[in-house]
Design a protein around this ligand. Structure first.
Ligand SMILES: NC(=O)c1ccc[n+]([C@@H]2O[C@H](COP(=O)([O-])OP(=O)(O)OC[C@H]3O[C@@H](n4cnc5c(N)ncnc54)[C@H](OP(=O)(O)O)[C@@H]3O)[C@@H](O)[C@H]2O)c1
Length: 224
């Protein structure tokens, strides 16, 4: 699938993830520590090069990440949480830490009291569509209107599906760490309903390969 939406309507989108040799980005218990220190430096340089960093709510609930730039010098981008039920905990690091703005994307169906609670905790809440899930096309359009030119999406697998299945990305950077963990309940790089036929699969162009000892980083561009 070619990237959808003209870049006039959305920011440039980079998806980044670290996965095991068998395609998992987290084990069945949610452990996702796959990247080496060197790879973390690469990821944090990437963070410092974008205007916004986006993750799904499950990643916040499981990892409680700060989503800030830590392993290199540079400015932390604004944080965007895709959270249609407004489940972001008030005590999560993305809300407790006020150094960088946090945007929480919800829908018009999200309970009002939960939205108010997030606003009181300092989040900027934006309503993206009237469905059960956040409308990612609307979210990207709003971010673009706010002046965001480049977004880094750091998973998890369900957000990756939402972005990839709608052609809402321009680059994919995947680190393959030298682990095999198996398990049907581990999270894969891309979750969701999946395609029925290989021919429907999203095609990408391999643009670069980096290897350091047993770790490989594959960089792809979306086919246009
Ligand atoms: N290795 C890595 O690089 C890496 C990176 C990030 C995360 N992870 C791991 O991935 C796991 C979490 O991944 P996950 O797939 O379970 O969750 P996720 O992608 O972090 O979050 C998915 C959730 O986002 C919400 N959402 C709202 N609108 C959506 C939309 N349009 N499309 C998709 N999702 C939407 C849904 O919850 P609501 O319905 O409640 O809104 C959905 O269940 C964690 O274990 C984390 O450690 C690994």
């Amino acid at each position: 699938m070619a990237p959808s939406q003209d870049l006039h309507d959305r920011p440039y989108v980079i998806l980044n993830a670290a996965m095991t040799i068998d395609g998992k980005i987290a084990t069945k218990t949610g452990d996702s520590k796959i990247s080496s220190r060197k790879d973390l430096v690469r990821v944090h340089r990437l963070r410092a090069s974008v205007d916004a960093i986006m993750v799904g709510i499950n990643t916040v609930l499981i990892d409680d990440p700060s989503l800030k730039v830590k392993y290199c010098k540079g400015k932390s981008p604004i944080r965007v949480i895709v959270d249609s039920k407004a489940r972001t905990p008030i005590e999560s690091r993305v809300l407790l830490d006020k150094d960088v703005p946090t945007i929480i994307a919800v829908t018009s169906k999200t309970p009002r009291d939960r939205v108010d609670r997030l606003r009181e905790a300092g989040a900027k809440v934006i309503v993206c569509g009237d469905g059960d899930k956040v409308d990612l096309i609307i979210l990207l359009k709003v971010l673009k209107e706010m002046g965001v030119k480049k977004v880094l999406v750091e998973g998890g697998g369900n957000i990756n599906w939402g972005m990839i299945s709608q052609g809402l990305f321009d680059e994919l950077q995947v680190t393959i760490g030298s682990f095999v963990v198996g398990g049907r309940d581990g999270i894969t790089l891309v979750e969701g309903d999946g395609m029925e036929k290989m021919a429907e699969g999203v095609r990408m162009k391999l643009s670069k390969v980096k290897q350091k000892e047993d770790e490989v980083v594959l960089m792809y561009k979306a086919s246009r």
